[in-house]
Design a protein around this ligand. Sequence first.
Ligand code: C2E
Ligand code: MG
Ligand code: MG
Ligand code: MG
Length: 288
Amino acid sequence: VSKEKGKNGYSFFNAELSQEKSRKMTIENALKKAIQRDQFILYYQPKVVLGTRKIIGMEALLRWRHPDLGWVSPVEFIPVAEETGQIVAIGEWVLEEACRQNKQWQDAGYPPLNISVNVSVLQFKHGKFLETVERILGKTGLDTRYLELEITESIMQNIKESKKILVSLQQMGIKISIDDFGTGYSSLHVLQKLPIDTLKIDKSFVDELDIDELNPMVKAIIDLGLNLDMTLVAEGIESENQMNVLIEHGCTIGQGYLFSKPVAPEDFEGLMQIPGMLAEELEHGIVR
Ligand code: C2E
Ligand code: MG
Ligand code: MG
Ligand code: MG
């Protein structure tokens, strides 16, 4: 009996594996045509001042709708795109679309907001990243001070090269944010030597605040960032309680479903039209 069971277990495992493999291949192939077929769209999640909840910026988040597959989550397709190198072209599309949209809103008369764009390490280390950023900024006409790039801690694995790129970006007037901070490989020694403007506290730490309001890691990350003269942004805030504890700890900016999910461009524009929704004096104090 046990032999039979093992055999079944084995073939079940195999079937599951090959199913996973074929889904991945389907995605990989479909991704090749996604840009050209206009299947990508950027959603925007407001970044707000904790307490007043006024919008000071937004994060661009990629959405993909395939005619057969439906909506595919970036959590699923970004790793595939990274593995195949397709992320370079996709990331370029994202950056251009985000800059174009932000500039268009500014031209339409909305107060200027900072836009944050996620950049994959692969894209960042790709030889032509700086050139690409410069070209896109030139083409879209967006002022560099309204652009922030979100990069993960993995850039610290090759500091020498990363530092050069980061310094060039900083010299261009672009802000740099470390995304999902606290979940990856971070050398505190290196952190201090890089031109980083913002630390984004990963959602997993924000979640901890429901269990323990005095979570020492959250407090430590906030103090670290503040001591290094960085801006702290908390991600994935879902409750008033989380927001209040973050404020008590000294974190001033956040994102999360408590305020808004990522929304389609027309809905973000709708948010901007609500009286009193946008933070005033963006240039002085709140946003660096
Ligand atoms: P991320 O950059 O850390 O983005 C935050 C993710 O958390 C987003 O998921 C957002 O929708 C979600 N989120 C925000 N607030 C809440 C909340 O209160 N509760 C919960 N449960 N979730 C919240 P999304 O859009 O599915 O993106 C997932 C990840 O995919 C991103 O994590 C980022 O790593 C990657 N990604 C998305 N768009 C891009 C892109 O254009 N380029 C690259 N390279 N990566 C991207
Ligand atoms: Mg991000
Ligand atoms: Mg994040
Ligand atoms: Mg995250």
